[in-house]
Structure formats: C-alpha cells, structure tokens
Design a protein around this ligand. Structure first.
Ligand code: MN
Ligand code: MN
Length: 293
C-alpha cells in the first residue's frame, strides 16, 4: 500500500486541480459544430501548459458510447446539437494521477438533463458514504439507488477503481450497484468513483478500437520510446504522432508483437444514451479529500 506522505498528497492535489480545470476547458469548447479533435487537443494543451502530463488521453464519448474513444489524427467528427457528450480527463504529476469526468448536452437542448443529473447526484451521494473500512458494495448500492430512483439503469460492468502511481486502474473495483462485494475500503489510497447511467440495459460491450493504447507491463523495454514518453499510463495515437513521425507503422508493429494493446470503445446499442460523472478521492486515515472537486 502507498504511504501517502505530505508531498505525495500535495502531488495528488495538484493533479486534481489541473484535472478539474481541464474539464472546465472541455465544457467551454464543446459547442455544436466543434471538431472533437479540437476539443481534445484544447483540453490536453491546457493540461500540458499547467506543467502536468496526461494521466490518459482525453476521452470524448457520444450518446451510446460510454468510454475509451479519443479522436484520431485528422479526425473530422463534429459535435452536434443534442449529443450527450462524456468528457473524461486526468493529469499526472510525478506519476500521481487525477481522473475526472462530466457529461454535457451539446447545445444545451435540455433533452437529457435528468440523465445527466442522475450520475452527478449519484456521485455526490456516493462520496458522502466514503470513509475507511466501509464495505465497497455500500458505495455501489448508493450509486445504484440514486440512478434507479431517477428512472435509469446503472451500468453494471463499468465502475470506479483504485489508483496507484503510474497506474490508472489498480486492482480495486468500485461497482455502480450492489454487487455483494463486502471487501472493506482501505486507507492511504486514491480511488476514482464513476457512476454511469443508461437509458438502455446498463451493460456495455466492446466496439472498435478507440485510438487509446497502453504498454503491456510484462514486456516493458525501459529504453523504448513509448515507455520513455508515457510510462505505464494510457496514451493516444495522436500523442504517439507527436514523438514518432512514422507513428502508425510503429504502433502496428508494437501491437503485432503484443507489446501494446488498444482499448476498444465501450458502448451500448445505437439509440441508447449514457451519462457519466467522476471524481478522484484520497482516503486518508482521518480525512477524505476529493482532489478534483
Ligand atoms: Mn475517467
Ligand atoms: Mn476512472
């Protein structure tokens, strides 16, 4: 377990503040007709300009897509009025990460306000429950209760997670419903809580690749250029294109060699709408800090 001394807590807080501001940048850019590419690049330039690195590529997921899409190099997809857009971003300071997300309705048509409110309220309710030694399924039960009461389904196969240094998804899983896992939450740890609410069945499946990659931890070569740039956090095709001119060939070769894998887009079927809200929390023995609040 991490020993969260003062300097580590400070780094988590710095990463949290930058992540929170980056979400605000994303919200301001998410206008009808905007290129998703410009929204992603705008958010990422902000994070880098604050002196942090990316905890992971900006995820921009529309309507029935829940997560794990980042615009590709030259992506021409535009946001449209009424799109339910999840913006999920994070900053990295010396390996300490933030991870936060919100949902906006592009053009503010108000069609999906209830869906968007459901995850924000579920997240707030869950955060109030968080303390050391609480059974993890009680957090999930609270999320599931709020989302269900508002007439939607929690997404059961997505959830929150532990966060360690350079490790966005450490083993701990925090469900969005009562999954019966009575394991107790520890202390001196970072976690992300991320409710997803759906107008569909509340189960996502894998779609095509979403331009987000991660190195296989068992095959790391310390002098390899992607490891030097991204360590063991996820990175995008766009980010690779900025350090390797022949980026697609390099990615394909690494993929073939199973040194790298691509995350599939996580989605429900067409016609479904999904919302998400997320914060990063530090669980300290005498205090819970929401670093991205
Ligand atoms: Mn996230
Ligand atoms: Mn997360």
């Amino acid at each position: 377990m991490l020993n969260l001394d003062h300097s580590i807590v400070e780094k988590y807080k710095q990463a949290g503040v930058i992540g929170k501001k980056a979400l605000e940048v994303g919200e301001s850019l998410a206008e009808p007709g905007a290129l998703m590419l410009d929204v992603a690049e705008g958010i990422e330039s902000f994070i880098l300009g604050e002196g942090a690195r990316l905890a992971f590529p900006v995820n921009l997921s529309i309507n029935n897509n829940a997560a794990h899409y980042s615009p590709s190099v030259g992506d021409r997809t535009k946001l449209q009025r009424g799109d339910v857009l999840k913006i999920d971003v994070g900053a990295e300071i010396d390996g300490y990460l933030s991870d936060n997300a919100l949902t906006v309705e592009v053009g503010e048509t108000g069609e999906h306000s209830d869906l968007i409110d459901a995850t924000r309220e579920a997240l707030n309710a869950a955060i109030k429950k968080v303390r050391p030694m609480i059974p993890i399924n009680q957090i999930g039960a609270e999320i599931g209760r709020v989302i269900t009461e508002r007439g939607f389904r929690p997404v059961r196969n997505l959830g929150g997670h532990g966060i360690d240094r350079f490790d966005l998804h450490s083993r701990l899983f925090i469900p969005n419903y009562d999954d019966g896992n009575g394991q107790l939450l520890g202390t001196n740890m970072a976690i992300a809580i991320e409710p997803f609410a759906s107008t569909g069945i509340g189960m996502i499946h894998n779609g095509p690749g979403g331009n987000i990659y991660i190195l296989d931890g068992t095959k790391i070569r310390k002098d390899e250029i992607l490891y030097k740039n991204f360590n063991t956090v996820p990175f995008s095709q766009r980010a690779v294109s900025k350090v390797i001119p022949d980026y697609q060939k390099y990615i394909d070769a690494m993929k073939k060699n199973r040194e790298l894998s691509e995350f599939p887009v996580l989605r429900e079927h067409k016609g479904v709408f999904i919302s998400q809200a997320e914060h990063t929390l530090l669980i300290l023995p005498d205090e819970v800090i929401v670093t991205t609040a």
